[in-house]
Write a protein that binds this ligand. Structure first.
Ligand code: PLA
Length: 463
């Protein structure tokens, strides 16, 4: 910034401060020439706790015009659930794994890794580099692209540790908005609700492509091909690597191959969201096939990984963004620019969760134990699908419910409408998103009969 513009910023800041001071009732906030030093430092700190003119404007708030925002469509379901005193309430809103006993699960292998970290006196709490823990980044790239990936061997991948899947998507989006020539991103219809906000706020223009067919409760493959076929060349396309949220519907390997050919022929840039690797099939490699297919052709892509679900590290906020480039020197420059995106956002990522992941991924035994626990989670979800399907059949609930066992991953997209969902929450204290999505990972054998009763009543009384 030049000297003149620095002075401009300072003058306008001073003007805003003195206007504020006038509003606050004549108190002199005369720190105009000491902008760099905190004005509060020289004052009695209690002065700011006791009621004083700065607490409001004529008894009101300077934020009086701030409107009440609605709760988040997914996380708000948990807020409503927590407020409900009913003993029979069930939360099937957010995608968070619960045990058969309905309890959150910390994986044994995660507990062991944490114990090792705590017992290791050489572990310190220094800042990580802007790009995060180097081991974690290398191991994360291997996990999604495969140990023998040529892109990794040729050093063509820039990986940065980010704040779980959401942070990885956001950093990727900010990078694209600054450095990619095409600002339009196509997201599937429907998709995870946060995608639109993440990409829009990063400065991209969001469009949708047809994905789900409510009539068949399956993939609208023809619609997808038509929409991507008419997208402008170079457009970014958001793809769910596996276990599409909210529909639980994924393309077959053959359809993935057709999508790949179409996208490559039009120069569309794939941005994979991989939030459920291992949760779809119970197998980490199988769930990464779509991504690996695109990397194998030598082309470029972005991948956002989350360890929230597959390692149960939800609140640790651990994930990674990888950008696969054509050559090693491009990857180096891309990484340098990712640092410029991250530094002013949160400076550098947290150390604990990434250390847990790195500990598990680099130890052969622990990695194996993780895959066993992951498979057990995936299998329990699949068994819930069968139990729910059988329970609805036993009740003779009208409709074809086979999509419950056909869909994959954490969610079932039931096809229940808004009114039916509201009825189930009101009458049965079952909490789910209003689009009819239920988190199968939140169900257990004891709650299946209650949910089936609720669905049966909703379908027979509210259609
Ligand atoms: N991408 C998809 C497709 C997701 O479903 C989610 C999480 C994320 C990214 C982000 O996860 P992370 O930032 O926690 O790693 N979706 C959840 C939770 C499980 C949520 O909405 O935040 C869901 O219930 O849809």
């Amino acid at each position: 910034m030049g000297e003149a513009s620095t002075r401009g910023v300072r003058l306008s800041t001073e003007r805003r401060l003195s206007t504020l001071a006038r509003h606050l009732g004549g108190h002199s906030l005369s720190f105009s020439s000491s902008l760099g030093s905190p004005p509060m430092a020289s004052r009695d700190p209690n002065e700011f706790i006791a009621p004083c003119p700065t607490a409001g404007f004529y008894g009101g708030s300077v934020f009086a015009n701030v409107a009440q925002a609605p709760e988040d469509a997914i996380l708000g379901v948990t807020v409503a659930y927590n407020k409900d005193p009913s003993p029979i309430k069930v939360n099937l809103g957010v995608g968070a794994y619960r045990t058969e006993e309905g309890k959150p699960l910390v994986l044994n292998v995660v507990r062991r890794a944490e114990q090792m970290l705590v017992n290791d006196p050489s572990r310190v709490k220094e800042y990580l580099p802007i790009t995060g823990l180097a081991d974690f980044n290398k191991l994360s790239a291997k996990l999604i692209f495969g140990a023998d990936s040529p892109a990794i061997q040729e050093n063509r991948v820039a990986t940065v540790q980010c704040l779980s899947g959401t942070g990885s998507l956001r950093v990727g989006a900010e990078f694209l908005a600054r450095h990619y020539h095409e600002r339009t991103i196509y997201i599937p219809l429907p998709t995870w609700g946060n995608h639109t906000k993440i990409f829009t706020l990063a400065g991209l223009s969001v469009k949708t492509y047809r994905y789900y067919d409510p009539a068949t409760r399956g993939l609208n493959f023809q619609g997808l091909v038509e929409d991507l076929g008419s997208a402008p060349s170079g457009a970014i396309v958001l793809l769910h690597a596996c276990a599409h949220n909210p529909t639980g519907v994924d393309p077959t390997p053959d359809q993935w191959e057709q999508i790949r050919q179409l996208m490559r022929s039009k120069g569309l840039l794939p941005f994979f969201d991989s939030a459920y690797q291992g949760f779809a099939s119970g197998n980490l490699d199988a769930d990464a096939q779509s991504v690996r297919m695109f990397v194998a052709d030598g082309g470029e892509c972005l991948t956002a990984q989350s360890y929230a679900k597959n390692m149960g590290l939800y609140g640790e906020r651990v994930g990674a963004l990888s950008i696969v480039c054509r050559s090693a020197d491009v990857a180096v420059r891309v990484e340098s620019q990712l640092k410029l995106v991250i530094r002013p956002m949160y400076s550098n990522p947290p150390i604990h969760g990434a250390s847990i992941v790195a500990t598990i991924l680099k130890d052969r035994e622990m990695y194996k134990d993780w895959t066993i626990e992951l498979k057990a989670m995936a299998d329990r979800i699949i068994s819930m699908r069968h139990q729910l399907f059988d329970a609805l059949r036993a009740r003779g609930t009208p409709g074809d419910w086979s999509h419950i066992i056909k869909q994959i991953g954490m969610f079932t997209f039931t096809g229940l409408n808004k009114e039916q969902v509201a009825f189930m929450t009101r009458e049965y204290h079952i909490y789910m998103t209003s689009d009819g999505r239920i988190s199968m990972a939140g169900l257990n054998s004891k709650t299946v009969p209650h949910l089936s009763d609720a669905i049966h009543a909703a379908v027979t009384r509210m259609n």
